[in-house]
Design a binder for this molecule. Structure first.
Ligand code: SDX
Length: 430
């Protein structure tokens, strides 16, 4: 037995042996399969990349059937229990858990980069008060490419590290200022005495007190949520980051695109869509009727927060989030929508429609309940996803840049348009 795939082209009777490596065959190996000498050769056709590996990555491992998620080999459950977001971001970005000294230096760098250029305020003032904070977030991230022109030197390691520090440190500040703009409150400056997540809560919620002190239970809960959202291999927004980054543009421009992809309701916008769905259902009594509409396949009636392209079992992050919800509710009081969510889950986990399609709660199903209980408006939920995912986006972008096999992303197509035809003068058109 050999690690090869033998295929016979029945159009010509010719046989081909293709090498199998890491469970894949190289798509370019199919180009030799021709029906005639001037034939282009075979391609693979894979809309939405349902079965295509676009890279080799050492950052995150997911086993969708077993519900396993590892960051650089460490189980997500252990990181959620033992680590904190900044340490996990270091792990994802640099490949190893930091020593105490490395963690101290890393935290200091991040703390020293939390300030935003004062002109960012002018940019934000241009938005209506009710502009969606994700629109402000992705615009501001893109605008930062204009503030840091050294970011264009993508193959300069010190320059990449400077942008990494700036992006990890500034996304909470951008998010907080977008929120403050939306509620007409003054911007709050960073407090360097506070932790990464403690300072984020300070910039969001500080009022007239001299020193804002966030509730330690809520601070830890949000920090764990950041750990859970930090990376997730080749999801839609990360693939966008890699694709845009493959043109060798600066990381701010690439990340503006990644944030735009995350904004969609099928991706990071799902946590906001879950809350709107729960509010629309309104009561436990109306859950069966809603489930019926979902099963009818009526356009727009998806069970938001359920299903996943990779997880065909319970999303391991959702399990941890459910435990965090119980802890948060001891401080904030139970979110009344929780009962509706639990009833939806109970029915979905036993209903044949969902079971046959392997639809389980994903990371977005319960996270919104926590965010809402903590006082965030639903529009902020995707922004709360983008903050920690910044670590994953940057790590994946850098891995792509340094991968000798990667080059500018430029897929092929199957052309189904009209064959060549002559121009028709306007007066002769029907
Ligand atoms: C995230 O990729 C990642 O890793 C993403 C993420 C990350 O960390 O980056 O994990 C974060 O984006 C989580 C997913 C959040 N999205 C939602 O909760 C939105 C609702 N879920 C879906 O729209 C859907 O499940 C997707 C988009 C998540 C996955 O879609 P797929 O893999 O393309 O599956 P599909 O749309 O082809 O659906 C397969 C079948 C279809 O039924 P049939 O046409 O075969 O009859 O399952 C049905 C779908 O109609 N289906 C659902 C459903 N999701 C899929 N039916 C009802 N409710 C749903 N939520």
């Amino acid at each position: 037995m050999t690690d090869t795939l033998t295929i016979v082209d029945n159009r010509t009777g010719k046989k081909y042996d293709l090498p199998i490596q890491d469970g894949t065959i190289r798509a370019v190996d199919l180009r030799q399969v021709k029906a005639a000498p001037d034939d282009f050769g075979l391609m693979t056709y894979d809309p939405a990349f349902m079965n295509t590996a676009n890279c080799r990555s050492a950052i995150t491992y997911i086993d969708g059937d077993k519900g396993i998620l590892l960051y650089r080999g460490y189980p997500i459950e252990q990181l959620a229990e033992e680590s904190d977001y900044l340490e996990t971001a270091y792990l994802i970005l640099f490949g190893e858990l930091p020593t105490a000294q490395q963690q101290q230096a890393w935290a200091r760098e991040i703390t020293n980069h939390t300030m935003l250029h004062e002109n960012i305020k002018k940019l934000m003032e241009g938005f209506q008060y009710d502009a969606h904070p994700m629109a402000i977030f992705l615009s501001t991230v893109g605008a930062m490419s204009g503030f840091y022109p050294d970011a264009k030197h993508v193959f300069d390691k010190p320059a990449r590290l400077r942008q990494t520090h700036r992006l990890i440190a500034k996304v909470p500040s951008i998010a907080a200022w977008a929120y403050r703009h939306s509620i007409g409150r003054p911007y709050v400056y960073p407090d360097n005495d506070l932790s990464f997540t403690g300072n984020f809560l300070n910039m969001l919620f500080k009022m007239t007190e001299l020193k804002y002190q966030a509730n330690p239970v809520l601070t830890r809960a949000l920090d764990v949520l950041f750990i859970l959202h930090a990376d997730h291999e080749q999801n839609c927004s990360t693939t966008t980051m890699r694709t845009i980054g493959s043109s060798q543009v600066d990381p701010y421009s690439a990340m503006a695109g990644a944030a735009a992809a995350l904004y969609g309701p099928l991706h990071g916008g799902a946590n906001e869509a879950v809350l709107r769905m729960l509010n629309e259902i309104g009561s436990v009594a109306r859950v069966p009727d809603f489930i019926k509409r979902v099963k009818s396949g009526e356009a727009g009636n998806r069970l938001m927060g359920f299903g996943h392209r990779v997880y065909k079992s319970y999303d391991p992050r959702a399990k941890v989030i459910k435990r965090i919800a119980d802890i948060v509710f001891t401080v904030t009081g139970k979110n009344p929508l929780l009962e509706i969510a639990l009833e939806l889950e109970r029915i979905a986990l036993e209903d044949e429609y969902f079971v046959t399609r392997k639809l389980y709660p994903n990371v977005d199903f319960y996270s919104g309940l926590i965010y809402q209980a903590m006082g965030f408006p639903v529009e902020m939920f995707p922004v709360l996803f983008a903050i920690p995912r910044t670590a994953g986006w940057i790590a994946q972008w850098e891995e792509m840049l340094l991968d000798p096999e990667q080059k500018i992303a430029r897929p092929r197509q199957v052309y189904i348009g009209p064959v060549q035809r002559p121009y028709i003068p306007r007066e002769k058109r029907a």
